[in-house]
Design a protein around this ligand. Sequence first.
Ligand SMILES: NC(=O)c1ccc[n+]([C@@H]2O[C@H](COP(=O)([O-])OP(=O)(O)OC[C@H]3O[C@@H](n4cnc5c(N)ncnc54)[C@H](O)[C@@H]3O)[C@@H](O)[C@H]2O)c1
Length: 326
Amino acid sequence: MKALVTGGAGFIGSHLVERLLEAGHEVQVVDNLSTGARRNLAHLEEDHRLQVTVESILDQAYMDEAIKQADLVFHLAAAVGVEWVLQHPLGSLETNLRGTDIVLAAADRHKRPVLIASTSEVYGKNDGGPLREDDDRILGSGQVTRWLYATAKAADEALALAYWQEHQLPTIVLRFFNTIGPRQTGRYGMVVPRLVGQALANEPLTVYGDGKQTRCFTYVRDVVKSVMSLAECGSAWGQVFNIGRDQEITIDDLARRIVELTGSCSAIIHVPYQDAYGPGFEDMRRRVPDVSKLRRCIGYAPDTDLDEALRQVIASHPAGVAGIAS
Ligand SMILES: NC(=O)c1ccc[n+]([C@@H]2O[C@H](COP(=O)([O-])OP(=O)(O)OC[C@H]3O[C@@H](n4cnc5c(N)ncnc54)[C@H](O)[C@@H]3O)[C@@H](O)[C@H]2O)c1
């Protein structure tokens, strides 16, 4: 099979590419390297089955041809990260709305199945839980830039499902919850790499808000394993899947765990959301996936617990190679 991976030089994309190659497939990557990097694929460069093209998914003619050449499309390219989206609202909307439209329209023309990356952010302020795929989305005001990413991703989901309903284009929506692992950068607001970097530098770990908000973190290898299994599961087409682990942790406890595992002498401090992201920023208190649908469909059982995932992140950090507390 020849797989096209948009955003394949990014964090999750590069792990997916690795796994597709391991499974014996040919892989074409399209990435504009805005938040991704060539070095994420450097260890795979010798593999002749991998082709990397630095191009934007907004180039319609290029995407049409690339999708025509592929058997299956994994659409992961997106403007990602709270900080990145707040700083580039217009470009983020263009990539996440128009980019997905271009990918799905080309896939429809050539009848190529597509798995598209969405996000737990689409649940917005719904902090009940565990969240099921058909639960309500509770979004804040349309004037709060923070919800722009969720709004665009929800529109992407709707588009993918409409193509399935009206044109029988096989699509699957992958609703990723917080994913962590080597090669994730902390530069655009991702909490784990940011806190790990601070701990390894023995700087204070900056926890935004009161630190009592909870999240669930999943190791990237478990995530890409699920994505691959869904692509092979005939009954998954036309559906939405939560992809994550349902073990919940407060950000305060996460920060403490990172301090312990790195053997750091850093303090943990709280920074008001307003100071981190500007006035009017809103966050959700809790975000836990119900993964029973994923379990039923592919027998999902993640292999890696949070401590092991954190150890991998620490070990892969340039400053973390020195040693990890057990
Ligand atoms: N990491 C997470 O916890 C998480 C959670 C929910 C959803 N997601 C989704 O998963 C996908 C992958 O995210 P990630 O965490 O690997 O982020 P990432 O930033 O590492 O990957 C996104 C990739 O898309 C590329 N890209 C951006 N705009 C592009 C364009 N116009 N043309 C071509 N390439 C472009 C970037 O260069 C980058 O390599 C995204 O769709 C994201 O919304 C991620």
